[in-house]
Design a protein around this ligand. Structure first.
Ligand code: GYE
Length: 401
């Protein structure tokens, strides 16, 4: 026989599911940003006796199926069970890079069932049309929140208006969106990609100055996916730096779509055209840097920092584990971090919205910068000092991604 406490806990568990489902969703959708919470509580109170009655009738008639408690439940009732599971429709860009894989691992771990979530995860294979389709499906499914990492900045107005009409709050992270009406999304959290590029370029100019290099510097820019915030910001920073540093020139510029294979292909084509005229490879992420270095080495060139002796100085972004290993090995000169660990940041936002609280409309995350060259310890960007962390084996072995 089941202990009465177990029965009550089971009933509460089932109640939690019932209350966390559609009736609550309908109210939240009518007023996604807070005021409806009072109505939800009222509904919960009047719903409790009703659900308990139905539950005990089921038990008495012998037809009742007692809800199975989660393994970590000690018989008590957690807040998450009280509120029921929150359904998240998460539209991920793809799996094009190490950064992206680390980001997916972080968000899927955070939106776990044991943390009180039902996660519907969609991988859009780097196509906006797939993201639009996924979001429309999330709306049809009546998810509680849509979480979006947008492949490019433009083209979101219609689909997000549909989400707004359905009353589903949209949380945007990592890359940004450009929309006419910013009430179409609840908030955005991500990196300052332009700042990342500025930090990389200031480091480069400090390094060249420290070496007394005054010759013309020919730069090959391997861009990310065109129209993606990470590409827009990093390219803009380089183009600005070229205006400021009179001996810098961009002699080649093409997109490698943030992948190793495309990075290699683009670098190969650039080498065919410009060969050793290239001094600096500005790879807008680590994977394209790996591809570019493979292409360089396949042609007998060397990635390093001795420009005067024909080495190609490679600048990269992300600071993933492999990227940092290459930085430690001296193949990447400077690696500016872009932190992919969004899981805990996103759950914090969702919990705040769920509790009817306010979230910042825009949040930038703090990031680091690494180099194997230790004597440039600090750089000044936007009138603020930024530390450049010298890479060590120790640091690398403790790296989370
Ligand atoms: O730099 C790249 C990834 O959006 C910041 O996308 C992200 C970028 C990251 O594919 O590796």
């Amino acid at each position: 026989m089941k202990h009465i406490n177990d029965v009550i806990a089971s009933a509460r568990h089932i109640f939690g599911d019932v209350n966390g489902g559609r009736p609550q969703n309908h109210i939240r959708r009518a007023d996604p940003y807070g005021a409806g919470q009072i109505l939800i509580s009222t509904l919960r109170l009047s719903f409790i006796p009703c659900v308990f009655c139905i539950f005990f009738c089921f038990l008495l008639s012998g037809c009742g199926k007692v809800g199975v408690l989660p393994a970590d439940n000690d018989g008590g009732v957690s807040g998450q069970e009280d509120r029921g599971k929150i359904t998240i429709g998460l539209s991920q860009i793809g799996s094009e890079s190490d950064w992206r894989m680390a980001s997916t691992a972080s968000v899927t771990a955070a939106f776990s069932s044991s943390a009180g979530y039902d996660l519907i995860f969609d991988d859009a294979q780097q196509k906006q049309e797939n993201q639009l389709k996924a979001i429309r499906e999330f709306i049809d499914q009546g998810v509680d929140y849509i979480v979006l990492d947008p492949v490019v900045e433009s083209g979101w107005d219609s689909v997000l208006s549909e989400a707004k009409e359905a009353g589903i709050p949209v949380v945007v992270y990592d890359r940004r969106i450009e929309v006419e009406d910013d009430s179409l999304y609840a908030c955005w959290i991500g990196s300052d990609f332009k700042l990342e590029g500025e930090r990389a370029c200031v480091w480069l100019s400090e390094y060249l100055e420290s070496k007394g290099v005054s010759r013309n510097i020919n730069i090959a820019d391997i861009q990310g996916t065109i129209g993606a915030s990470a590409q827009i910001g990093r390219t803009a920073a380089l183009e600005e730096a070229v205006m400021l540093n009179k001996n810098w020139r961009i002699i080649a510029q093409d997109s490698g779509d943030f992948t190793t294979a495309k990075g290699k292909e683009v670098m190969t084509a650039m080498l065919e055209k410009y060969g050793s005229d290239i001094n600096v490879v500005y790879a807008e992420n680590d994977n394209m840097a790996y591809g570019a270095i493979e292409a360089l080495e396949a042609r007998g060139y060397k990635a390093g920092v001795d420009i005067d002796n024909g080495e190609f100085l490679v600048v990269s972004f992300d600071a993933t584990h492999t990227g940092l290993q290459m930085t430690l090995d001296g193949k990447i000169a400077v690696n500016t971090e872009c932190n992919p660990l969004y899981g805990p940041r996103l759950t914090e936002i969702i919990e705040t919205l769920e509790a009817g609280g306010d979230v910042e409309k825009e949040t930038y995350i703090e990031e680091e910068q690494f180099s194997g060259i230790s004597y440039i310890g600090t750089i000044q960007v936007r009138n603020r000092p930024y530390t450049v962390t010298p890479l060590t084996e120790d640091l690398l072995s403790n790296r989370k991604y």
